[in-house]
Design a protein around this ligand. Structure first.
Ligand code: SF4
Length: 234
């Protein structure tokens, strides 16, 4: 199987397993999406959703954040971690939105990357989910799954982004990344991937996965019995 075929099969199998997918952060407009994604660095989406419930009631426009009292903003976002840095970035980012983009979130990678606290992951998520553009969102799940499946051997987000862009058609890219997150949480977890019951297995090289996770239970059991027999004989 070529890498392209592997990617197509993995995308097809994942699509069957998770037909409906969406970003697990709550937001109702581009600005909220941008802020929620910035808060999600080193924090779970579930925690971000708790934080933004109150935050989005208090701050509604880029101008609100740009003029925010930093200590008050920090109180709202404290439990998302790294609140000092995040609050500084949110204010700086929104100041630029007001000054350069008329308070709107821009829709190109180039412009998004000029905003404080906005890296390629955030920019891609905004481009894909908000503006419906092709986007490869490389997070921890995408790094782990694309390596295990055999689509890349790199751990560098930007390299993985470029590689996946070559392997996956533009209209499938964002969906695949969202599905990596779903599958990475439910089946292909970091510590104990459930390879024996995984629907993506026909497409997967299981690179770097310990054999105890990849072998069928009967096979593993048989091996154990054989080992015991040999030990007894010895
Ligand atoms: S077969 Fe294993 S390594 Fe491959 S995607 Fe499934 S759980 Fe992950």
């Amino acid at each position: 199987m070529t890498k392209k075929e592997r990617a197509a099969l993995a995308a097809e199998l994942l699509e069957k397993e998770y037909p409906e997918v969406k970003c697990s952060l709550n937001y109702s407009n581009p600005l909220e999406m941008l802020i929620a994604t910035q808060l999600s660095a080193q924090c779970t989406d579930a925690r971000v959703n708790i934080v933004t419930e109150e935050l989005f009631k208090r701050y509604k426009t880029a101008r609100d954040y740009a003029d925010a009292d930093i200590e008050e903003l920090q109180d709202y976002i404290r439990s998302a971690g790294f609140y000092k840095n995040k609050s500084k970035n949110i204010i700086a980012c929104c100041k630029r939105l007001v000054e350069v983009y008329g308070g709107e979130v821009p829709d190109t990678m180039e412009d998004l990357l000029t905003l404080a606290g906005t890296g390629r992951k955030t920019a891609n998520l905004v481009l894909g989910d908000i503006f419906g553009k092709p986007a490869v969102v490389v997070d921890t799940h995408c790094i782990r799954l694309s390596n295990r499946i055999g689509l890349t051997s790199s751990r560098e987000p930007e390299k993985i982004e470029q590689e996946l862009k070559k392997l996956v058609p533009p209209e499938k890219q964002l969906g695949l990344c969202h599905r990596f997150v779903y599958h990475g949480r439910a089946v292909c977890t970091a510590r104990s991937p459930k390879c024996t019951e995984c629907s993506v297995r026909p497409a997967c090289k299981m690179t770097g996965v310990d054999k105890k996770f990849t072998e069928q239970p009967q096979k593993a059991e048989k091996k154990k019995t054989e080992k015991k027999k040999t030990e007894k004989k010895g």
